[in-house]
Ligand binder design. Sequence first.
Ligand SMILES: Nc1ncnc2c1ncn2[C@@H]1O[C@H](COP(=O)(O)OP(=O)(O)OP(=O)(O)O)[C@@H](O)[C@H]1O
Length: 234
Amino acid sequence: MPEIRFEAAEVRVESPDLGGSRTILQPTTLSLTEQRIGIIGSNGSGKSTLARLVNGLVLPSAGTVTVDGLDVARRGAEVRRRVGFTFTDPAAQLVMPTCVEDVELSLRRTVKDRVRRKQVALETLARFGLAERAEVSVHALSGGQRQLLALAGVLAIEPEVLVADEPTTLLDLRNTRMVGDLLFSLPQQLVLVTHDLDLVRRCDRVLVVEDGRVCFDGDADAAVKHYVRTVSEG
Ligand SMILES: Nc1ncnc2c1ncn2[C@@H]1O[C@H](COP(=O)(O)OP(=O)(O)OP(=O)(O)O)[C@@H](O)[C@H]1O
């Protein structure tokens, strides 16, 4: 698996209330090489910030983040070709009128020939059980199908790493299972931000984030216990 490396990576944002800046991720040093990495923690603790650093959607204010040695701040375009990102709300990334056009849009840089591009897009949709929806409007899809389409768009370009930020939060039980099974059947490295403690138990390594820092880093069962205990103790 690629190595995702945080070296004293810190994120500060401007805070007019404080008349200065506020640290939303304390200096963090990590080397992530496992296939499936989970991130859990309370609302506003810094999970998305940590995940967004991996593909340069957020840049460190100090320190560095690298993916297989590529610095996200200096070589963002190369990093983003290797690291796909899906948002909680698929509407944030579905922009084309039909499903097949949406996947074709993702492929515009990697497959230059238009006929071939459509063929690859259709093959990708078929892999995600959406073949019959190819020419359907994105708005006519169910929540689960939209989440699958967003994943299809990102995975079509075959990234080495998928960062999925709460991919099942908006889904019902059946779709949560379907998307969960898909994520855990991928050959790629997965960085999964989630509030679903059953899903995160399937990860090889889990980070618990609280108040802008990684307060636990270890195996999934121990991480869930740690998180539940912290919440219970208030
Ligand atoms: N660009 C920004 N400017 C100001 N504050 C920000 C910015 N991005 C994040 N924050 C703040 O940083 C903190 C951490 O945000 P983050 O989105 O990483 O949390 P999270 O753990 O993913 O939360 P949730 O579970 O609610 O999605 C929050 O208090 C948030 O309001």
